[in-house]
Design a protein around this ligand. Structure first.
Ligand SMILES: Cc1ncc(C[n+]2csc(CCOP(=O)(O)OP(=O)(O)O)c2C)c(N)n1
Length: 618
């Protein structure tokens, strides 16, 4: 096994060139075997094995640096920098992260997770290198999907005017998670097909040049070709900006890439190397279903089928079904996703109402302002987005939606702890960042029926409104509690005295377990389902403080700016004679791992809550 000889960074340089392809194959087998057990980003990693090897053959670590955009494709880089053993516990609590982490290795120079940041970060490293008079090569690797994100263009615009070598590798597999979309994708596609077209011409020339009468024909074709070239010359867009373009080059041909990287290292400015790869390469199920194997759950290596069959529906499924119904009921309902039609559940809506569905690419900021425009034009946009990705559209929500009080619905999936993707992906800030914005309204459903009711309420509502729901299985308890949704109104689930648990969304289920234990210990305990985080239901709080001595808020959000803080402010304001305990996530980033373990770790699991309440009771 050649892979066994790779124990640390730069070891790859000792591998004989004739063994490179064998090593690539061994890395692929290793990735498939390991990810089939732990789950992880398979497709992008299988597609970038040779690219990563070529980069490692061209660079010296840790002196030289690679910034991986999103970072989900960095597994081969981890293998080549002494982290093979880490794959046993990939994305597990306390184990190796699925993304680059500076604290994991000095060969990881910049943490990523969200898309389209690599060119900006790389450019910063380039400038720091030059200002400090250092000599290293800085490479940013960005996918064609990530190149749909606006920040990438801000960085390119800036890079074009900077001096100093900066290599930007465009890893073009013609896919985002799903099919890549938009004008840039089309442009890259043109480069790919134009190249093939010229290659065919090249073949014709060669055969013509073998004949006497062929020579003048070739000359005239070459003249024509040069005018065609004006139209299709690869990378003209980048070249016109002032960034050198090299490629396209086959991203599975190490020798070809080595030549281009050598050339790229000689440039005195920013240079784009356009590399063509295939997502999922070498594993038939992943080549056939690239979207399914983008982020894979543990699977059977022989069939590619997931090991665990889904039994219950999740919140995304519920959202998906209700959206289709709403599309039928209201012809002004439109749906927007930022490159996640599968993940957000909008694929069915897209199939039913293609003209009212918009995949805008990995462009959350644009998605929100685009929705604002749609709303100003009389439509009812629903922006379906993951909690952590919406973070980057804070100003668009404030400036474009909320100041004008436009009726945009935010369907915020993966709100709360998401698990194995870790700190960049935890959806634990949305209650804070949304509730600081005037005119915004925020809801969180306790179970799947309430998600359905809230979505219908939101679509009928005339103003900015968000509903946030967690990843995974939808809670199907408390079906009988299905009061009509009224703006800013909470609901009593149990109405007793002494201790009142006021829970937000996913925490209602946890509150039921906490209540059971408290009852067993002889306490009396009420549960309020908050339903709204903004505005909070002050009437129900007035009611609760009259009959309870202890109020406990529960939320899967950080403490600062969250629900508990709002309740505290209100109770302080009315000088309520109660003890208040806020259960929430402390002011820190939460790493990757199983969600149940993480909940315990941050103290929002039933056992910890019950213990803290017991301490409060003395
Ligand atoms: C801001 C943001 N939005 C959405 C995502 C989710 N996401 C992760 S990878 C990905 C697709 C990236 O496509 P590309 O850059 O072409 O890389 P590939 O997966 O094809 O290798 C998306 C949409 C993200 N990481 N960050």
């Amino acid at each position: 096994m050649i892979l066994e000889t790779i124990e640390r960074e730069n070891d790859i340089k000792k591998v004989a060139p004739e063994d490179w392809n064998l090593l690539a194959q061994e890395i692929r087998e290793f990735l498939i075997r390991k990810i089939s057990v732990t789950g992880g980003h398979l497709g992008s990693n299988l597609g970038s094995v040779e690219l990563t090897m070529a980069l490692h053959l061209s660079l010296t670590f840790p002196k030289d640096k690679i910034v991986w955009d999103v970072g989900h494709q960095s597994y081969t880089h981890k293998i080549l920098t002494g982290r093979k053993a880490g794959f046993e516990n990939l994305r597990k609590y306390g184990g190796m992260s699925g993304f680059p982490k500076r604290k994991e290795s000095d060969c990881d120079c910049f943490d990523t997770g969200h898309s389209s940041t690599s060119i900006s970060a790389g450019l910063g490293l380039v400038k720091a290198r030059d200002l400090r008079g250092e000599d290293s090569t800085i490479v940013s690797v960005i996918g064609d999907g990530s190149l749909t994100g606006g920040m990438a263009y801000e960085a390119l615009n800036n890079a074009a005017q900077m001096k100093g070598n900066f290599i930007i590798v465009l890893n073009d597999n013609n896919m985002s998670i799903s099919e890549n979309v938009g004008g840039v994708s089309k442009y890259l596609n043109n480069i790919r097909t134009a190249d093939k077209y010229l290659d065919i011409k090249e073949g014709i020339y060669n055969s013509l040049m073998d004949t006497r009468i062929g020579v003048p024909i070739v000359k005239s074709i070459q003249r024509a070709k040069s005018s065609v070239k004006q139209l299709v010359i690869p990378g003209m867009f980048f070249e016109d900006m002032g960034i050198t373009y090299l490629g396209p080059v086959d991203g599975h041909n190490i020798n070809a890439m080595l030549k281009v990287f050598k050339e790229a290292k000689r440039c005195k400015t920013a240079v784009i190397v356009h590399v063509i790869t295939q997502k999922g390469k070498g594993f038939a199920p992943a080549e056939k279903h690239p979207a399914r194997f983008h982020g894979a759950e543990p699977f059977d290596v022989n069939t590619g089928l997931p090991l665990k069959q889904k039994t219950k529906s999740n919140y995304t499924d519920v959202f998906s079904t209700v959206m289709c119904k709403l599309g039928e009921r209201y012809d002004n309902v439109v749906a927007i996703t930022a490159a996640m039609p599968d993940g957000t559940g909008l694929k069915r809506f897209r199939n039913m109402y293609p003209e009212r569905f918009f995949d805008v690419g990995i462009a959350e900021e644009h998605a929100v302002t685009f929705a604002a425009g749609l709303a100003a034009g009389g439509m009812k946009p629903v922006v379906a987005v993951y909690s952590s990705f919406l973070q980057r559209a804070y100003d668009q929500i404030l400036h474009d939606v909320c100041i004008q009080n436009l009726p945009v619905v935010f369907a915020i999936d993966r709100a709360g702890l998401v698990g194995s993707d870790g700190e960049t992906h935890q959806g634990i800030f949305d209650l804070s960042y949304l509730s600081s914005i005037p005119n915004m309204h925020i809801m969180a459903p306790k179970n799947k029926w309430e998600l359905s009711d809230m979505l219908k309420f939101a679509v009928a509502f005339n103003g900015p409104i968000a509903l946030r729901y967690p990843r995974g299985e939808a809670y199907d308890g408390l079906r009988e509690y299905r009061d009509i949704i009224h703006l800013g109104k909470a609901e009593w689930i149990y109405r007793e005295k002494d201790i009142a648990l006021v829970a937000v969304g996913s925490m209602v289920k946890t509150a039921l377990t906490v209540r059971e234990s408290l009852l067993k210990k002889g306490h009396s305990c009420s549960i309020i389902n908050a339903r709204f985080v903004k505005p909070i239901d002050t009437e129900i709080l007035d009611d609760a403080v009259r009959t309870h001595r202890y109020i406990v808020t529960l939320e899967e959000n950080v403490a600062s700016g969250g629900f508990g803080e709002k309740v505290r402010d209100y109770l302080d304001g009315i000088q309520a004679n109660v003890r208040l305990l806020n259960i929430n996530i402390p002011d820190e980033y939460v790493e990757h791992g199983n969600v149940d373990i993480l909940r315990r770790e941050v103290g929002i699991d039933a056992e910890t809550i019950e213990r803290r309440i017991s301490e409060l009771l003395g």
